[in-house]
Design a protein around this ligand. Structure first.
Ligand SMILES: Cc1ncc(COP(=O)(O)O)c(C=O)c1O
Length: 444
């Protein structure tokens, strides 16, 4: 019996000791939903029942579960060199991964900093923006612009940028000097597939921030190109382009948080490619290692790396930042194997191909009574249901549980189901996910 089976069968195996993240712990522990195995498009629950994965885990398992190539690469790396630091010494796997990433990032992104999560990538990007302006003699740029309904992870930096009330109301003591633009969802325009035609003028909020606070005090503007965790808000046509223009006009860095949208989710390597707008910094995580090993990364335009690096005295550390596990050998091996799978199987192109069918099926749920709105782009869609009176999120939580027992994993945030199948999904898999969603949506 292996260690996993032993742990599961142990009579001492209580759920109580694990304080679970983003979970209603009391409710969950009274009626747990456990995944004991996963493979390909599927997971199995504690009763041995099969579930299809409609959210790629947490939007990270893009190549499907249990990829032997990744497991073998990690195993080989662990036997060969399990750990060596990246502080002033190096190991070959990190350079190989950085080079491969630079290859798929848009030009001129040829420098990558490794972290262990999306949240760490956001904090790293905040510090890079501060370091860049300081190196240019513009250390007075202390302000950051974010957006309502934004999700940029949960570290103090990301919480400060957050536009989701529950993620910040308990935590008042966050970073100062963050101002927020309006979100781009328009309740008068529901069931818009792809980019809404109207709403580009919302980018003028950034201009208003410049007019109110002084453009020379603003370091960077952070946006998720498609706001994911808040319920898939696709940018209106012309919106990202206008943000780019304003940033260029005033020397503000534009940061795309591509933790969800990176690695093919929108049918292109990055959202920057999908929308044809190139930011200054791109934050990544999730699908970088197919969810197998924690890892994040921040890609920057050459000018940012060069400015920060060249401003420091010779032989001195240029950027006083990094994590013990930045570029962990096992994570780098997992990343390399994952990117190889994406390339060999053409998964970014496959996502673009499957997207039309996927969105047809998702938007086909429109007539179900409880459905309030549907939004989607690429292989990412949200089905928003009518909130229960006075209890936002309650129906979403009920639906997520029902879906689990009906044979489908779909992550809800609030009252929106975030549907994001692994990019290896076939049309039959899409049908299975949508049929399960349709059945379950009709039960509430
Ligand atoms: C856009 C975005 N940024 C940052 C994060 C945080 O990533 P992590 O949970 O790996 O810290 C997430 C997670 O969902 C995300 O969607």
């Amino acid at each position: 019996m292996n260690i996993v089976s032993k742990t599961l069968e142990s009579s001492n195996n209580s759920l109580e000791q694990h304080w679970m993240p983003f979970t209603a712990n009391r409710d969950f522990k009274a009626s747990p939903r456990l995944v004991t195995r996963s493979e390909g498009m599927y997971m199995w629950n504690q009763n041995g029942e099969k579930l299809i994965d409609g959210s790629s885990g947490l939007f990270n398992v893009a190549a499907g579960h249990g990829r032997a190539e990744i497991a073998e690469a990690v195993y080989a790396q662990m036997l060969h060199n399990d750990y060596s630091s990246s502080f002033s010494i190096g190991h070959p796997t990190s350079y190989a991964l950085a080079a491969k990433l630079a290859n798929i990032l848009p030009e001129p992104f040829n420098h990558v900093f490794f972290t262990n999560s999306g949240s760490e990538s956001i904090d790293t990007a905040l510090k890079m923006a501060m370091a860049y302006h300081r190196a240019r003699g513009e250390g007075q740029r202390i302000r950051f612009v974010s957006r309502e309904r934004a999700y940029h992870g949960v570290n103090i930096g990301g919480t400060s940028l957050s536009g989701m009330v529950k993620n910040r109301e308990t935590f008042a003591g966050v970073m100062p000097n963050v101002v927020v633009m309006r979100h781009t969802w328009n309740p008068d325009e529901l069931f818009v597939r792809g980019q809404p035609a109207n709403g580009a003028e919302l980018a003028e909020d950034l201009q208003r921030m410049c007019d109110t606070y002084g453009a020379t005090t603003i370091a960077a503007c952070f946006v998720e190109p498609v706001a994911g965790s808040t319920g898939v808000l696709v940018p209106p046509k012309g919106y990202l382009e206008r943000l780019r223009e304003i940033c260029d006009q005033y020397g503000i860095l534009l940061v795309f948080d591509e933790v969800i949208t990176g690695f093919g989710r929108l049918g292109a390597p990055f959202a920057a490619d999908a929308f044809g707008v190139i930011p200054d910094i791109i934050t990544m995580a999730k699908a970088l290692t197919n969810g197998a090993i924690p890892m994040g990364a921040v890609g920057v335009r050459d000018e940012i790396y060069e400015t920060i690096t060249n401003a420091a005295p010779e032989n001195a550390v240029e950027f006083f930042h990094g994590y013990t596990y930045s570029a962990h050998p096992a994570a780098c091996a997992a990343g390399l194997a994952t990117l190889q799978i994406y390339e060999d199987e053409g998964l970014f192109e496959k996502a673009a191909e499957t997207s039309g069918y996927f969105l047809d099926r998702v938007f086909g749920l429109k007539e179900i009574g409880v459905v309030r709105d549907i939004r989607g782009y690429g292989m990412l869609a949200a089905i928003e249901v009518q909130a229960q009176d006075g209890k936002p999120g309650a129906r979403g939580s009920e639906l997520q549980k029902k879906l689990f027992w009906n044979g489908c994993h779909v992550k809800f945030t609030g009252d929106s189901a975030i549907v994001a199948p692994p990019l290896v999904a076939t049309r039959d898999h899409v049908d299975e996910i949508i049929d399960c969603l349709a059945k379950t949506l009709k039960e509430v």
